[in-house]
Design a protein around this ligand. Structure first.
Ligand code: SF4
Length: 232
């Protein structure tokens, strides 16, 4: 029955939250990452399933909805992105959505079964006054009983803290590709600049972070994963 399905996807239950390994540097050596990605696909899926079942109810899926809260006009030149001012893609720049617009979209998402609401803004790095406004949006989403997620570009430590205190659950931060290929995709920032903001999300603000990678080759993907798990 449709009602039963809707009930199932409302919340994703952790059975046993994952903790960082004490031996994480050894586990995430470049060689071990290469060995993992060189496994036959079925073996890789099997290993992934084993880990997934240790930590999650295997038959639950969380539904999330993503809303662009500030579209276009971004000064960065990411080669894949239609929101960059460097490319003529027909995407119009718009201002940050207000609280009522975001609340209406979040309520609609919730009605459709989403338990997480993600808000993305086309910024290189937000100003403090932008983060204050987004913090208000996060509080609005949380007041509906949903998880809140953001992707806003690079943050300062105090901005990350501001978002954490507003109740933000997740921050998505795209590292794009491996360091050696970075200049092929983006020239308005360098890889290290992007990577330097990583600990602010994970350690200072204690928010979960995610990487969405554009790995053009397997070796590039391995290098990207390795760079996020290695001591500097
Ligand atoms: S920083 Fe984000 S919004 Fe801006 S051009 Fe790159 S991908 Fe697009």
């Amino acid at each position: 029955m449709p009602t039963a399905v809707t009930q199932q996807v409302q919340t994703l239950h952790f059975l046993k939250p994952a903790k960082p390994s004490e031996n994480s540097v050894e586990v995430w050596s470049r060689q071990s990452i290469e060995a993992l990605f060189n496994l036959p696909f079925s073996d890789l899926m099997f290993q992934a399933q084993k880990v997934h079942r240790e930590h999650f109810n295997p038959n639950e899926v969380q539904l999330s909805t993503l809303l662009s809260i500030k579209t276009g006009g971004c000064p960065e030149d990411c080669g894949y992105c239609p929101q960059s001012v460097h490319y003529n893609t027909g995407v119009e720049a718009s201002k940050l959505l207000d609280v009522e617009e975001v609340k209406a979209a979040a309520l609609e998402a919730q009605k459709n079964g989403a338990s997480r609401f993600c808000m993305g803004a086309a910024w290189r790095e937000p100003k403090d006054r932008d983060v204050e406004k987004v913090a208000e949006l996060v509080r609005t989403v949380k007041s509906l009983g949903m998880e809140a997620c953001c992707t806003l570009g690079m943050l300062t430590e105090s901005q990350a803290g501001m978002l954490k205190h507003s109740g933000l659950d997740y921050y998505n931060h795209n590292l794009d590709t491996a360091p050696e290929l970075y200049g092929d995709i983006i020239t308005t920032r360098d890889y290290q600049e992007r990577l330097d903001t990583w600990p602010m999300y994970v350690q200072q603000a204690c928010m979960s972070a995610a990487v969405a990678s554009l790995a053009w080759a397997k070796a590039a993907h391995n290098a990207l994963v390795w760079s996020t798990n290695s001591p500097t």
